[in-house]
Design a protein around this ligand. Structure first.
Ligand code: THU
Length: 136
């Protein structure tokens, strides 16, 4: 499965729209049921509206009806695999702290759990609500 996820992230990276930064990123998310949803970064002339590859992959999965995930693979330029940005960490934490994140570079990879990347997310608990995120 790691190979399929890496391939899917590579393929999505080819579609990255990154004319401003030039950094092309692909991400592939594996659902608990074994489906794969991919995303790439989508930049905007109004820079702050840029969407990262990870959040695009989460959006694709959720829009298809999937909310329970096992692993996220990120592929980008760079030797050791990039560390996901803070906004993406918050978004990943919405769907569970156990999710494994693997970031692949040209010379190796780094692995974390979402819990390690982002131990104390703002969550539904802070809104006084029960979590609904893992209900599919
Ligand atoms: N980017 C991602 O897609 N994922 C990350 O985890 C870090 C940053 C993108 C956003 C932007 O298009 C470019 O990389 C440079 O920040």
């Amino acid at each position: 499965m790691m190979e399929e996820l890496t391939r899917a992230a590579h393929e999505a990276r080819l579609h990255a729209y990154a004319p401003y930064s030039g950094l092309r990123v692909g991400a592939a998310l594996e659902t608990e049921s074994g489906r794969i949803f991919a995303g790439c970064n989508v930049e905007n002339a109004s820079y702050g509206l840029t969407n990262c590859a990870e959040r695009v992959a989460v959006g694709a999965a959720v829009a298809a009806g999937f909310r329970r995930f096992r692993r996220l693979v990120i592929v980008a330029d760079g030797e050791r695999g990039l560390a996901p940005c803070g906004a993406c960490r918050q978004v990943l934490a919405e769907f569970g702290s156990g999710l494994e994140v693997v970031s692949v570079g040209s010379d190796g990879q780094r692995r974390w759990t979402v819990e390690q990347l982002y131990p104390e997310p703002f969550s539904e608990a802070d809104l006084g609500r029960e979590s609904d995120a893992g209900s599919r």
